[in-house]
Design a protein around this ligand. Structure first.
Ligand SMILES: [Ca+2]
Length: 410
């Protein structure tokens, strides 16, 4: 399950999630931009798909209802082909995923849903802050749930064939959702690759883990009311082995001379073993014992270090990317009132710190070259602004940030 979900999430990093997680990196496909266009080859594919779907237990009536109005979405194919699986540094990822705005909105969302989240925590044993953080990363607390018709997007991607088998499996699962009566084809919407609702479940995850928590008889992760979606996320984590009352991990201090080869999830060992080496929390107390623990240094020895516990690996079952799991844990901590990451991050490949990159964005914007905010994360909009500035100043147009460029803007 985690692997199939990751296939989607890698896309979302560059698309809907990045769009949701911070404006500077690309734009999400919205329903306004996505219209079915006639495509005879797609229509022929649908005819053959319907036979395969019937063989998997989907009724003709469900197929008729689901494909009425569905069609080929070229924008979704373009999105799928153009996604770049670039990896952001943890610093950039956290600047977006745990921005002050996302923390503040998360605290408000947690207050707004306090009773629901308390009931969910009582049932599944997963902290309200963790569930809220996943909600914040996946859809910005419900603001960006995706409004693209899922049958159209998944059938288009299955027909397109780049990851055809995966998307056909998701399409069949989406038809099972319609057939079960949990929702209607009209309400079955999602992001461009079929991730649905407040916490962006793909259809197979929905079938495996979604729950009807508000008791209205439907597992509704699409509605304004996030109750079922949040409970479904907690159910997913519980069934993946969540340990109630334990943290995901924590930032730690390493003793001087710490051997960097001991880091990484493949080198997990007993907490007491790390404590004996001199690993402490940020206040200098011995590392607490939450069982087998790994030490991660996502940006090397000049960046922060984290001890990760069992629940970190459970978050990875939800989405198998270390930055995502640290992002969820850290955002949850921030929502709970804990401090930002305390250690500094090393300068980037251009020798720039995040403060340099923020200053660059502010100065470009002040000169009339809009970077879409100044979060210190160099995305497409910042690159465009750099290009426009370089062109206007008679400089070589590279689009690349640098300290020299920053100086030239003083
Ligand atoms: Ca319900």
């Amino acid at each position: 399950m985690a692997v199939t979900r990751r296939a989607i999430i890698l896309g979302l990093m560059a698309g809907a999630l990045a769009g949701c997680v911070g404006g500077s990196a690309g734009q999400s496909v919205s329903r306004q931009a996505v219209r079915p266009v006639p495509n005879p080859a797609y229509d022929a594919w649908v005819v053959s798909f319907r036979q395969r779907a019937v063989a998997k237990g989907i009724s003709q009536d469900t197929l008729d209802r689901a494909f009425r109005g569905a069609g080929y979405l070229p924008d979704v194919v373009e999105k799928d082909r153009n996604q770049t699986e670039f990896t952001r540094t943890l610093e950039d990822y956290l600047a977006i995923a745990a921005s002050d705005e996302r923390v503040t909105k998360g605290q408000a969302a947690l207050r707004r849903q306090a009773n629901t989240l308390a009931a969910i925590e009582g049932r599944y044993g997963v902290d309200a802050e963790i569930v809220t953080a996943i909600w914040g990363l996946e859809s910005k607390y419900g603001e960006r749930r995706g409004d693209i018709p899922v049958v159209s997007s998944l059938s288009t991607l299955a027909f397109d064939g780049r990851r055809g088998a995966f998307f056909e499996q998701q399409l069949v699962a989406s038809l099972k959702i319609v057939q079960s009566g949990d929702t209607t084809p009209e309400r079955l919407t999602g992001s461009w690759a079929g991730a649905m609702g407040h916490t962006q479940f793909i259809p197979t995850s929905y079938l495996a883990y979604a729950v009807d928590f508000n008791g209205d008889g439907r597992r509704d992760i699409w509605s304004e009311d996030p109750t079922d979606a949040l409970a479904s996320t907690a159910a997913y984590l519980q069934r993946s082995g969540w340990r109630t009352g334990q943290p995901w991990g924590m930032e730690v201090r390493l003793p001087s001379g710490f051997d960097g080869r001991l880091t990484g999830r493949g080198n997990a060992r007993a907490a007491a073993s790390w404590a004996a080496m001199g690993v402490t929390d940020m206040d200098g107390r011995p590392l607490p014992d939450y069982g087998t623990t790994a030490i991660l240094m996502p940006q090397g020895p000049r960046g922060p270090a984290f001890a990760t516990f069992r629940n970190f690996n459970v978050i990875l079952r939800y989405n198998n990317a270390e930055n995502y799991a640290i992002g969820v844990g850290h955002l949850a901590d921030r929502i709970a009132g804990k401090p930002p990451v305390q250690a500094g991050f090393p300068p980037d490949a251009q020798g720039m710190t995040i403060d340099d990159r923020k200053a660059l964005q502010r100065r470009l914007t002040a000169r009339g070259f809009d970077t879409g905010g100044s979060d210190g994360v160099i995305g497409a909009k910042t690159v465009d602004a750099i290009r426009a500035y370089q062109a206007s100043a008679g400089l070589p147009v590279t689009g690349e940030p640098s300290l020299a460029l920053l100086q030239s803007l003083r």
